[in-house]
Design a binder for this molecule. Structure first.
Ligand code: LLP
Length: 451
């Protein structure tokens, strides 16, 4: 399965330099310490405390620029919509704006963060299979540019809410192309049996289009699909595009309407482990944008404006998590547990999806990973594992342990289990660092506790 690389229980004798594929672009090793963006990770951990998420701002910018470059190379009119669920905070919203990209929000909370960062609502796409009435009103009243409608109930609800406010809301309809993406079951979303979107096969999507065209308060702008996440095989996209462009032709035939905007979702996979070789943004741009263009031309359709919605591939490899090694337990003949000052509260992905991560010791970054261990968290669950049986440098108490590729879906899925305070997020740029999200305190834990 593409989602997980093969964990190995063998030492691999790799140093940080060999882990370049999973680390931020700017990672280097100096005096035995891992540096990112010119900042010494060991000194940073000591100054800022651990556990902490650390992200290379220029790496994030570069990913967005690559998407812009390699989609616009094939078609001039493509929106890059950063999927905020991967990682969102005000600094991130501002960065997305500065890089001329749009933003996908999947809840009223994400919308509130974007608006408070001053993000242009016209460039926001609102998602969700069960947006509450309140969330729909928040979107309409904020002037959200595009609402991606997921069900008949929502279509009717949105129509009434927009119409009573005298607004003609731009809408994309989310369709499920019936394609099984080659990824983990939990993050497949394009198959027929899905809580998301309108299925094509039973004619539901066509019914939805006809209803959207007729309903007051709704401006049917186009279609959206998202077939899944952490996808390595670009053929899944090609297959889905064939289906959705076929549907566009059907819409043209039956309704005489052109799809003005086609949003093919996110999902491009990233490297979590050393052996992972995801497709490049360049190849993704070619497959997705060229395919849409060619198929529209073949069917005599006007080529629509396009949009893609990457989340993970923008931020995953920009980030690392730094921990301090607290205890080391060797069980002879079985395994060694290295316990760190975080765990499933800051990275649930290992226990939830069996995701694979690498580990290295930031203060021994030039040493080979000559042993193996399981990196465990500090929480009250045996499943509280960050790295299951992986190669690592021999560890000592107080070492700074670094887990790469944690920039996506770690902070955004973090929790306060065991009343752990959540780590803050530090951004690095040109040898400097700054907090963009501060570490929580015990006061934060008590903030909503009224008794
Ligand atoms: N658009 C929509 C409508 C989505 O649902 C998603 C992700 C994206 C875009 C961005 O997909 P990406 O480029 O990040 O693959 N928590 C899981 C991932 C869930 C993804 C949900 N939707 C994980 O940690 O792997």
């Amino acid at each position: 399965m593409a989602h997980m690389s093969n964990p190995t229980a063998e030492p691999d004798f790799k140093t940080a330099a060999d882990l370049a594929g999973v680390l931020p672009n700017s990672a280097t090793v100096e005096n035995g310490h891992l540096h990112i963006a010119g900042v010494d990770m060991v000194q940073l951990a000591r100054a800022a405390g651990t556990a902490v998420y650390v992200m290379d701002e220029n790496h994030i910018r570069q990913q967005l620029r690559d998407y812009l470059q390699w989609t616009h190379y094939h078609w001039k009119d493509v929106d890059i919509i950063y999927a905020g669920k991967a990682f969102i905070c005000r600094a991130m919203c501002r960065l997305v704006h500065e890089e001329n990209c749009c933003l996908d929000v999947s809840s009223g909370g994400e919308l509130a963060i974007a608006l408070s960062a001053g993000f242009d609502p016209a460039r926001i796409y609102a998602h969700g299979n069960n947006k509450t009435e309140r969330e729909l009103i928040e979107c309409i009243e904020a002037g959200v540019g595009h609402i991606v409608v997921d069900s008949f109930d929502e279509l009717d609800r949105l129509s009434a809410l927009a119409d009573m406010r005298g607004i003609n809301q731009s809408v994309l309809l989310r369709v499920t192309p019936g394609i099984e993406a080659d990824t983990h079951d939990y993050i497949k979303t394009g198959a027929e049996d899905s809580k998301f979107g309108f299925g094509l096969n039973q004619g539901l999507a066509m019914q939805a289009v006809k209803r959207a065209i007729e309903l007051p308060g709704i401006d049917f702008e186009g279609l959206h699909m998202h077939i899944g996440s952490q996808i390595f095989a670009l053929r899944s996209y090609a297959a889905a595009i064939e289906v959705i462009v076929g549907f566009m032709a059907q819409i043209k035939d039956e309704c005489g309407t052109d799809v003005r905007l086609l949003d093919t979702g996110g999902g491009l996979g990233v490297a979590y482990g050393v052996p992972d070789e995801p497709s490049s943004i360049k190849d993704y741009g070619k497959v997705v944008i060229d395919d849409i263009k060619e198929q529209c031309e073949r069917r005599g359709l006007t080529i629509p404006r396009m949009a893609v919605e990457p989340g993970r591939s923008i931020v995953a490899n920009a980030g690392v998590t730094l921990y301090t090694v607290g205890t080391i337990k060797e069980i002879p003949g079985i395994r060694t547990y290295i316990s760190v000052d975080g765990g499933m509260t800051d990275n649930i992905r290992t226990s939830l999806y069996g995701a694979h991560y690498e580990a290295l010791i930031a203060n021994k970054a030039d040493q080979p990973r000559s042993t193996t261990a399981t990196v465990a968290g500090k929480h009250c669950e045996s499943g509280d594992i960050v790295v299951a049986d992986g190669p690592i440098q021999p560890a000592d108490i107080g070492d700074i342990l670094c887990v790469p590729a944690t920039g996506a879906y770690c902070q955004s899925m973090s929790s306060n289990y065991n009343k752990q305070v959540r780590p803050g997020v530090i951004w690095l740029r040109d040898g400097n660092w700054r907090w963009v999200v501060r570490r929580e305190t015990y006061d934060d834990l008590l903030r909503c506790d009224l008794a």
